[in-house]
Ligand binder design. Structure first.
Ligand code: GLU
Length: 503
């Protein structure tokens, strides 16, 4: 299907029963993009008719995810609009009325089969190796019998009468024509015994009332679509265009789940991913622009997005690619922007992955700005700011003795290197990186060590880490006084290790 040229009305209709999965938010993203492209409307509707599974935290997370990703909605909760309310539990009356109308028109019927009877039916079918399905017994109940059951307090549902023969078809925008044989379907519930509608009925009425032109949803709904088509027929309304987007799999080709790591957009936010990078990455889950372009601005995605390039095969969620992409977005940021994004991570409590609690908050931004050029190229996640920069802010660092020697160095050699390094650190006349480098290279020659051998213990002594930004820039940023203290500290660590091993 080519892209619509007239403005679409599309909706994201989450059920607040759990924290929204990345695949679920991806459908919101596709809706949003298509609405922007066609200058249409993106609508959010909360589908909360399953009251037993309602979860207020999930609802909060839904809005937080949309906000974070910048998926602003034109109509919906908190925003209002001409065809609200946009929360299904507030629209109950329209569902009840429609279900009753379908009973009156002969397309549906009241059913008083109890859950116990349904269970017994399923057990019998299982024993007979038949697929579990409702047997249509309610079709034969009289109005009086239903009334009696109602008086007796039995649960009464309304079921749609599914024709026993024939087929229904629809043209899916992604998969083409799909046909279902009706004999595969049983009469299904449209209004539950608590007078709440099932998803099948509610979403159709709402999509109609809200003027939805394109239903973009996960392809797990394809198998329910024949039911939806039957409801449309019974209500004598035209179905919308269906755009079923593919499932998201982990790299091992199994359905993306907790086993693969984070599955919600908010977890990625908390891990230090940027909203723009996640947005970019998510739009490639099941869609591609048709060439090798991967890094795209929102504007470019909006311009290039096309329904006919949505894949019909599952998308693979490759977290390494997301990390790479996040790194690209970080590199493309200005230093000031990066600081703004890093600060909330670094200023968290130490237990939550921030700098040691001993480091004063707010963090010295002038100092942080000096450090950014040293790490900007290497950061992949905002949360890495803490571990990449913590030693710059710490009073001192305490490396383990065995981490101090460089390659092919023993403790004695490490001690010699650190002694020489300390003496130069005390006497050096300038702490500019170039000057330091020249002096320390000359020192290596003088004490007959390879530069790498001399530099390794100095790096670990001053940063506490074997891998850190370029050594002399790092030392310059730490400053002469603190470098002296740190090398002295490392020397005493080496010496006490030597004396312990000599005992
Ligand atoms: N409430 C359904 C869900 O969360 C909506 C499916 C649809 O978009 O039609 O999966």
């Amino acid at each position: 299907m080519t892209n619509p040229t007239s403005p679409v009305r599309v909706r994201y209709a989450p059920s607040p029963t759990g924290i929204p999965h990345i695949g679920n938010i991806r459908t919101a993203l596709f809706c949003w993009v298509l609405a922007q492209q066609t200058k249409g409307e993106f609508i959010v509707r909360i589908e909360d008719t399953d009251r037993s599974r309602y979860d207020a935290d999930a609802e909060k997370a839904i809005f937080e995810s949309l906000d974070w990703l910048g998926l602003t909605w034109d109509e919906g909760p908190g925003k209002g609009g001409p065809v609200g309310p946009y929360v299904q539990s507030e629209r109950q009356q329209t569902y009840i009325e429609a279900a009753h109308r379908l009973v009156e028109s002969g397309h549906a019927y009241f059913d008083d089969t109890t859950p116990e009877q349904l269970h017994a039916l399923r057990e019998r079918q299982r024993a007979a190796k038949q697929p579990p399905r409702y047997d249509g017994r309610g079709r034969h109940r009289s109005t009086e019998e239903i009334e009696e059951s109602r008086q007796a307090g039995l649960p009464i549902t309304i079921r749609l009468k599914v024709p026993e023969f024939g087929s229904v078809s629809f043209n899916d925008a992604v998969r083409g024509k799909i046909t279902f044989e009706l004999k595969e379907l049983d009469d299904f519930v449209i209004l539950k015994s608590d007078e709440m509608p099932t998803y099948h009925l509610a979403h159709i009425l709402d999509d109609k009332a809200m003027g939805i032109t394109h239903v973009i949803r996960g392809d797990e709904w394809i198998s329910s679509t024949p039911r939806h088509l039957l409801i449309h027929q019974a209500l004598e309304i035209e179905p919308p265009e269906y755009v079923h987007v593919p499932l998201i799999l982990g790299k091992d080709k199994s359905k993306l789940s907790k086993r693969h790591g984070a599955t919600s957009a908010l977890e990625y936010r908390d891990q230090g991913f940027l909203a723009d990078a996640v947005f970019n990455f998510m739009c490639l889950l099941g869609w591609s622009p048709g060439d090798d372009t991967e890094v795209m601005t929102r504007e470019e995605i909006v311009r290039r997005f096309s329904i006919d390039r949505i894949n019909d095969s599952p998308a693979t969620f490759d977290v390494e690619k997301l990390e790479w992409m996040n790194g690209v977005y970080i590199r493309n940021m200005s230093e000031d922007e990066l600081i703004e994004h890093l600060l909330p991570f670094m200023e968290r409590s130490e237990a939550d992955g921030g700098l040691p609690d001993t480091v004063e908050r707010p963090i010295d931004q002038v100092y942080l700005k000096k450090l950014i050029p040293l790490v900007h190229e290497r950061l992949k996640l905002l949360s890495e700011g803490t571990e990449t920069l913590d030693f710059f802010f710490a009073d001192n660092v305490y490396p383990a003795a065995e981490d101090l020697p460089g390659r092919n160095m023993d403790m004695a050699m490490t001690e010699t290197a650190l002694e020489a390094a300390l003496s130069l650190c005390n006497s050096v006349t300038s702490f500019e990186p170039e000057h330091l480098e020249a002096e320390y290279r000359a020192l290596a020659e003088k004490i007959e060590m390879k530069p790498g051998q001399l530099f390794s213990p100095i790096r670990v002594a001053t940063t506490g880490k074997a891998f850190a930004p370029p050594l002399f820039d790092t030392m310059a940023a730490i400053g002469q006084e603190r470098c002296i203290e740190r090398i002295e500290n490392a020397l005493s660590i080496v010496r006490s290790a030597a004396s312990t091993s000599a005992e």
